[in-house]
Design a protein around this ligand. Sequence first.
Ligand code: IMP
Length: 215
Amino acid sequence: MRGIEKLKNKKLIFATHNIGKIKEFEQLFSGIGIDFLNLSSFKIEDEPIENGLTFSQNAEIKIDYYFNRIKESGFEFKPETYLMSEDSGIEIKYLNGDPGVKSARYGGDITTKERNELILSKLKGVSKIERKARYYCCIKVLNFFDEVKMEFTGKLDGYISKESNDGDGFGYDPIFIPLGYNMTISKLGNELKNNIGHRSAATKKMISKIFNYER
Ligand code: IMP
């Protein structure tokens, strides 16, 4: 690890309400020495309509929306403050790339477990090759001072399991098996996900570029 001293005054605001993502980001940034804030620090509870056609467009919608909301709150901008948004999801070959950008709301107002059961039922009898799936993550980062925006992406290839008894893990983790493994991400655990995951890949690129820090 290097560069911790230089990072002492840096602040990063996570523009998300998603607890699963916040938990993962906290682990991915742990030990670096950056100060974290999230939307609750600004009492922001609302969210924009994510009607982009791509992960990148949705991440852009979120960063612009929360940037304006935070500006309205009278937050004092310093050069070392960054805002980060993220849009992610899963694309399944057999479903022609669905749920994709609609991953959070696929199947309507149902629980995560019901959503995973819905996917498993749609893929009933479908061969492993057609069960191919990919997690995708797009991170946007904006520096409050010069308003320069940057984008970082990551992906994780795998396939959808035939069944799942892995409970209520984050999103599609109870039914997603990474390539080269034979159990779901929920079973494999967070340590492995932080090494091979889509969010981790995008985050590592971002940390290296913006904070000049290698994990
Ligand atoms: P959004 O980016 O807030 O639109 O939501 C992305 C959705 O994709 C999440 O609510 C999950 O359903 C799914 N998703 C994204 N990344 C992951 C992951 O790492 N594990 C499980 N599900 C994920």
